[in-house]
Design a binder for this molecule. Sequence first.
Ligand SMILES: [Zn+2]
Length: 421
Amino acid sequence: MDRIEKALRDAKFLLIRDAPFLASRILISKPTLFVNKHFPAATDGHVIYITKSKLEDVADDELVKVMTHLLSHEVMHIVLQHVARGVGKNKIVFNMAADIIVDTFLTSSILKGGILDTESHLNCKKQLESLTEFIHSVMDRLPHKEADMLEEKYHYSWYEQKIVKPFTVENLYNFLTELFELANVELEVGIHPMDEVIPREMDEEEKIETESVLEGIKSAGRLPGVLEDEYQTLIVRFNPIKFLAGIIGKALKSIEAQLRVPSRRGVALNSEYVIEGFKSSRGAKILIAIDGSGSIGPTEFGAFVGIVDKFSSVSSIDVIVFDATVQDFMEDYELRTKKVKFKGRGGTAIKEVIEFLVEHSREYDLFILLTDGHIFDHIPYKELPIKSLFISTDKPIEEVKEEYPCFNEYYKLDIVSLTIK
Ligand SMILES: [Zn+2]
């Protein structure tokens, strides 16, 4: 391990200690050391690239600090989905806007007590200052009338030298584009490094991990107020149906992993051969219970089933629609031929559904409960017989977890933004 590899390892440890939310996302971005690139660090929205050759001149005692800054800077571009949001836009201008957002985030309260106190924070602050100074100097060149117009249109504060509201990368980008056009500024590549990588789409699991970083920071009360708009933009951008499908995809992976555990005797499993105590490697059978009194409608549900159906590891989906009692039970083939009816009578009890699950647990691999969370009875089990996901469309997860602790995973689905794209 050379000194740069060692600095990368130490920077990861520092971030796990000081900024765990960011660190968790950094670890799945597999920071990779590269050579012969033009910039010290870059991301394709997926992997973080660190340029080894750019760090060779950095002194030993500075190296970890620089590395910490690079990792947290790049991962914030990932968390805020800047790569995907910048597609089709002027790369230099967009990168400038995205860097202002990221460095604002890193210099505000989020990492207090952590990397904020180090040189890496100063690097970050310096970078932010030079960017805002540059913008300010361009604003200076404009006639008063035009400068006033821009300030009003983009809520730019001359005094604070920044966009006040809405502080999103798109708004900043539009502001900069118009400003540079009015002031006749020709940007050189040298003004600011732009990422030299091909954007790559995140897979569903990465998206969920990414969203959970933001949710985590937000619920820990550590999202700087100035980033509230950027946060809202991202949450709305998030497609809840894909989000749901992602949750299920993730659960299926763990089920598959269990199914593929080889037996001690080394007996291979295949689709026709089932040994007592083992499940075969057939596709997973899913049981979904939908609370008809909740806010999930047939259209949303249809789109959801359409996506889950595409998972090759799913062999079938059965559905229970319930409110105070079970209203409907549909097996896989029925589900495909007729529409699920939602009765929505209000009043939800879960007893019958859970009794059904316990009785038929051998037939299923995954149980999903879709409900608004307002249920008037309780479940007399410490744990459910199969992997179970509780998805609440209204009641907060903390309350749901406390009332129904027998599920494996809990998710909150923002039904207000449930739209089909
Ligand atoms: Zn950047």
